[in-house]
Write a protein that binds this ligand. Structure first.
Ligand code: CDP
Length: 791
């Protein structure tokens, strides 16, 4: 039977379009051990590189003796900073317009810093040869926190930089200072809080690594590397190494997790490339766990001093805070050029706050550099954690129920698009509805009764809420660029004669399932079954220029480009359909997968028939073929919303806390693949749980890293991770072509405050206002028994 006119000829979900929880196509190779990671790449004649790292946090290099290393059979090259300097490669630019040492020449500035590297026939010889290098150091006093960095007489860490007389990396401010001061003058209550979001590490399962292959006959450099942004790396290599960009090919094969850690270009990559150029052989470098944990981009390490101006009846009049970041030895944040402290000022976007003012300062310390967006949009995790901790403290200071305080201040549905106090424009949302669904699901009122009863018996039950919207999908080219390159993204679509298609995207999956979901967008636009579409990415010679995958930008930006390129294909297919149906284009109607003649619905042609015609029967004057590309510059960021609620019980005897229940309500607009979205949320809530109660990476007074291995820096397993009860609300993004908003990082961003607020709520009778993360049992015990905050 013919489909009814205007009806969907195909059941979109059945052919794998929007809303289909189709299984992840990439898992077919991952679960069979057929993934292809950098470590799997083996090239003829390939050599192996290992890095010698500094044991000291701060020291002058007096001498480096490499003679014993050169003497070991199988060693092909020992590279020092001095040799790199001869090629102008001892230093490289960072994504924050600072410089970073590739191999130390003058001083070492953090424990684990790259000092030299060895290339040998196998990685074991290279490692032994590293041990044979003798470096004479003159120890200098290390600086291990921002307070020490600005103390009188503090040693200057960045004495390499002309004009740098102190340890301050940057200063920044945003908002309306005078307006904020005026609002504080009128406040009934001023609520204050000091917090630290500790250094945490993205810890992807696959560490960094590369195979650099410089062909001295053709001049072509091919680098296989585990990167979240291969096109940016190509541009960076062209700029840093001054190689011609058209002769550089970056291939990111399967990437075993990134979480922001694999955005920057690290010294190891530059060394591998230089070593391949010098030896004229492919050079493989695979980082070990300690190398990754001690030298690659960390997340967070931000201190907050905050104040909130309130009325007695619970309205927020203004917020102001000062943020201090511990940058480590080099300012290497991965962030848009304009924003020195990322998008910290996206805090309070979901609350109707009239005015605010933020100041920020970054300090150099003798620690590894980083400040990467660990599963978040450029320091948005810190922003939302601080926001939600401040919200709870303010509700407590007012003696007001925390859910009611949120209800009074959340932006209402009729206020969109909403301009935040720091200048963002949020796109859409139903915040109060999400909150209510969450409260109903957890049984909020009943829990409060249970909590009061439990307190009478000396049991400590707590409930914590975290509500937040965050900016995902950086970003429009007016505001967002990295090293001057605007943050658009791209897609190229080729439909073959039989109607099968290849989609090439500028984004780079690291496990998020793009090969599955991006095909679904094409299915939605063209009606080609998702199984007939392959998605390719990660090879700069064969994909359009993209800014990479981080900050949950793939769906908002590359996903939008995918919809737009499919629409270009459909527009051409419509012309082909008119030709095949022998009617004018205006008389051709579209339903999923098929064009038909208006008024004669049974006369139609499928998208596959149009594809064949593009190569075999095109109208006179039409260019053959059915392919196109699209570059998408988003008009705005997308603003998903989340409400996370945790209930916990704290054991007063041990300080151990258990999650009783966890409810999540996410609104990420239209869900492309609901199963993948739920997986993203559960993964994020798991990471949030780990950050809040077990992960700790710190430095002792001598600058030794504590947490340089996975015995000390803990990864959550299924054993301790709580179960999650998930709910959804769908408010489409008004400016995204398919109404989707990003989601990948929401739970990692919003989750930590839910857990911490729950523990603090449990301890409320003790008078404790704050325990800094991670909420380890000894900290919780100490707070519960002394009534003192723990920082
Ligand atoms: O940039 P990244 O892929 O890390 O984050 P994302 O764009 O939020 O997408 C994460 C995964 O969830 C991808 O496979 C998306 O296609 C999928 N997703 C979805 O199915 N529906 C949405 N509204 C948002 C993301």
């Amino acid at each position: 039977a013919e489909p009814a006119a205007g009806s969907r000829a195909l059941d979109e979900v059945k052919i794998g379009g929007l809303g289909s929880s189709r299984p992840r196509v990439e898992d077919a190779r991952f679960i069979r051990g057929r993934g292809n990671y950098v470590e799997d790449v083996t090239l003829p004649g390939m050599l192996h590189m290992e890095i010698l790292r500094s044991p000291l946090a701060h020291a002058r290099i007096k001498s480096i003796d490499t003679s014993a290393a050169w003497a070991i059979p199988g060693v092909k090259l020992v590279l020092t900073g001095e040799m790199a300097a001869q090629r102008n490669l001892a230093w490289m630019p960072t994504l924050s317009y600072d410089t970073q040492a590739v191999l130390a020449t003058d001083k070492v500035r953090f424990q684990g810093q790259e000092v030299a590297c060895v290339v040998a026939e196998d990685p074991y010889i290279a490692k032994d040869a590293c041990d044979a290098i003798v470096v004479e150091y003159e120890a200098l006093p290390p600086i291990v926190n921002p307070e020490q960095a600005v103390a009188p007489g503090a040693p200057l860490i960045r004495d390499d930089k002309s004009g740098q007389a102190d340890n301050i990396a940057y200063q920044w401010e945003v908002g309306d200072k005078d307006g904020t001061d005026a609002a504080f003058a009128k406040a009934d209550v001023v609520s204050k809080l000091r917090l630290h979001y500790p250094r945490s590490h993205p810890s992807p399962i696959e560490n960094c690594g590369a195979v650099a292959d410089f062909n001295n006959a053709t001049g072509k450099l091919t680098v296989y590397m585990t990167s979240q942004a291969p096109h940016i790396v190509r541009a960076a290599v062209a700029l840093i190494a001054e190689l011609p960009e058209h002769l550089i090919r970056i291939i990111s094969p399967d990437v075993g997790g990134g979480f922001g850690n694999k955005v920057p270009v690290y010294p190891g990559y530059v060394c591998a490339i230089l070593c391949s150029i010098l030896t004229a052989k492919p050079v493989k470098w695979i980082e070990d766990n300690t190398g990754n944990l001690s030298s690659t981009g960390f997340g967070r390490d931000m201190y907050l001093d905050s104040e909130m101006a309130l009325t007695n009846d619970g309205k927020i009049l203004a917020v102001r805070y000062h943020a201090t970041t511990d940058q480590g030895a080099f300012f290497a944040d991965a962030q848009p050029t304009k924003f020195k402290i990322g998008l910290v000022h996206s805090s309070f976007a979901c609350y109707d706050v009239p005015v605010g003012h933020i100041t920020a300062q970054g300090m150099y310390t003798n620690k590894a550099p980083g400040g990467v967006a660990y599963r978040c949009s450029f320091r948005v995790t810190e922003a939302m954690f601080f926001q939600e901790r401040m919200i709870q403290a303010a509700a407590d200071d007012l003696g007001m129920d925390q859910a009611e305080f949120r209800r009074r201040n959340l932006v209402r549905d009729d206020q969109f698009p909403y301009r935040t106090p720091f200048g963002f424009l949020t796109d859409s949302g139903q915040y109060l509805k999400c909150l209510q669904i969450g409260l109903d699901a957890i049984g909020y009122d009943d829990f409060l009764v249970e909590q009061a009863e439990a307190r009478k018996q000396g049991r400590l039950l707590g409930i914590g809420i975290s509500t937040m919207t965050e900016p995902l999908g950086a970003g429009n080219s007016r505001e967002y660029d990295i090293l001057g390159i605007k943050m658009f993204d791209s897609a190229e679509l080729r439909v073959h004669p039989t109607g099968k298609a290849v989609l090439k995207i500028g984004a780079q999956t690291q496990g998020q399932g793009h090969e599955t979901t991006f095909a679904q967008i094409v299915t939605h636009e063209l009606g080609i079954p998702a199984t007939d579409i392959v998605v390719e990415h990660g090879d700069t010679d064969h994909t359009p220029f993209g800014m990479g995958t981080y900050a949950s930008r793939s769906t908002p930006v590359a996903g939008a480009a995918t919809a737009m390129v499919a629409r270009k294909i459909r527009a051409k297919a419509r012309k082909l359909a008119a030709h095949l149906l022998e009617v004018s284009e205006e008389d051709v109607e579209w339903e999923l997968g098929r064009f038909f003649v208006r008024g004669a619905e049974s006369r139609g042609v499928t998208i596959q028939e149009c594809a064949m015609a593009a190569y075999s029967n095109m109208p006179d004057g039409m260019e053959p073929g059915l392919e196109n590309n699209a570059y998408y510059d988003p008009p705005n960021l997308t603003w998903p919303f989340a409400c996370y609620i945790a209930t916990v019980e704290v054991d007063p005897e041990t300080g151990v806390w258990d999650v009783l229940r966890f409810v999540g309500v996410d609104d990420c607009g239209v869900r492309i693949n609901p199963m993948i979205v739920e997986g993203q949320i559960m993964g994020g809530l798991t990471e949030a749980y780990a950050m809040s109660n077990m992960q700790f990476q710190t430095y002792d007074a001598d600058g030794n890293l504590v947490g340089a291995n996975y015995m000390d820096y803990l990864l959550p397993t299924a054993w301790e991770t709580p179960g999650f009860e998930l709910h959804e609300v769908v408010t489409p993004s008004p400016h995204h072509p398919i109404g989707a908003k990003g989601v990948g990082e929401c739970a990692a961003v919003g989750g930590p405050a839910a857990y911490v607020n729950a523990v603090m709520n449990a301890l409320r009778p003790t008078g404790v206002r704050n325990i800094d993360m991670p909420l380890l049992p000894d900290r919780v015990w100490h707070a519960a028994h002394t009534g003192q905050d723990v920082s």
